[in-house]
Write a protein that binds this ligand. Structure first.
Ligand code: CP
Ligand code: NVA
Length: 312
């Protein structure tokens, strides 16, 4: 519909449901163009990204630092062990001060409410670099990888086997935006957040795609073109580790499980990976696109940075 097509790009990048199909595809197209040109540019010269990390990161930190450098800007890595964030100074005060120094903030936090509060208080754009609820930068990298492999995601069937977590939330919200169906298997009690399910179903209805939820991994994998999973123990859930590994029994992605998938399927994992959720044969197998997916974190975050910081 024309009205949503012309919606202006949001100031902040917090979760995939803020974007319409055109905006999501626009970021993928920009990322693909950056990748094709192996771009190094002065587009963001003089701009500084302040990167707040309350949790560990390999891909998000490196891809964003190098991505910012490739765009001609610079990035400052600020671990919450070092800065006064939420410990000795309120998020609100930090957001105001940081807005006076940096061109944008990027934050990896525990509660999603923390990144929402930064966005509310900051006068500059805020990018969610993973909260307990959403990981929108990951969805962009996943769908760029899918687009590269299949040409387009339209009409494909996405599948998720594992925890109903932050990574799944953006993956399932993005599926209808690119015209894909999604089939999700999570153990009882580990499903995606009900409000995200409702949003995804609404988007799917408008897009003419489907959202299928089950607790049977084989059922979810049936006919799927893309199978993705993630750790069963997200950062911050370490104390539940043993219970989770027990509760996810039968959810390890194996070639036996993938016999039910489409013969041309690919496997994705946001990483870091553990053997429980996917065995070596699949993870290091020829249908696994996990290294492309990791690389695409850089080209896609660059598209987000360029979009949010481009000179008006
Ligand atoms: N996929 C991802 O976000 O990885 P990092 O935790 O290493 O950033
Ligand atoms: N679900 C994982 C993703 C890590 C990139 C976590 O939140 O720890």
């Amino acid at each position: 519909h024309a009205a949503s097509m012309s919606t202006s790009f949001p100031k902040h990048f917090l979760s995939t449901d803020q974007l319409n199909a055109e905006q999501f595809q626009g970021l993928l197209d920009t990322a693909a163009a950056f990748k094709k040109a192996k771009i190094n540019t002065d587009l963001l010269v003089g701009e500084t990204l302040l990167m707040i990390f309350q949790k560990r990161s390999t891909r998000t930190r490196i891809s964003t630092e190098i991505g910012m450098q490739r765009l001609g800007g610079r990035a400052l890595f600020l671990s919450s062990d070092d800065i006064q964030l939420g410990v000795n100074e309120s998020l609100k005060d930090s957001a105001h001060v940081m807005s006076r120094f940096g061109s944008a903030l990027l934050a990896r936090v525990y509660g999603h409410s923390s990144v929402m509060e930064l966005a509310k208080e900051a006068s500059v754009p805020v990018i969610n670099a993973l909260s307990d609820k959403y990981h929108p930068l990951q969805a962009l990298a996943d769908y760029l990888t899918i687009q590269e492999h299949f040409g387009s995601a339209k009409g494909l069937t996405m599948c998720w086997v594992g925890d109903g977590n932050n990574v799944l939330h953006d993956y399932m919200l993005a599926a209808p935006l690119v015209g894909a169906n999604i089939r999700i298997a999570t153990p009882d009690g580990y499903g995606p957040a009900p409000d995200v399910v409702v949003k995804a179903q609404k988007l799917a209805k408008a897009a003419g795609t489907s959202v299928f939820l089950t607790s049977d991994p084989v059922e979810a994998v049936k006919g799927a073109n893309v199978i993705a999973t993630d750790t069963w123990v997200s950062m911050g859930q370490e104390e539940e580790s043993k219970k989770r590994v027990d509760d996810f029994d039968g959810y390890q992605v194996t070639n036996k499980m993938l016999e039910h998938a489409a013969s041309d399927h690919i496997f994705l994992h946001c990483l870091p990976r553990h053997k429980e959720e996917v065995d070596d044969e699949v993870f290091y197998g020829k249908r696994s696109k996990v290294w492309d997916e990791a690389e695409n974190r850089m080209w896609t975050v660059m598209a987000v940075l360029a979009k949010l910081l481009e000179k008006k």
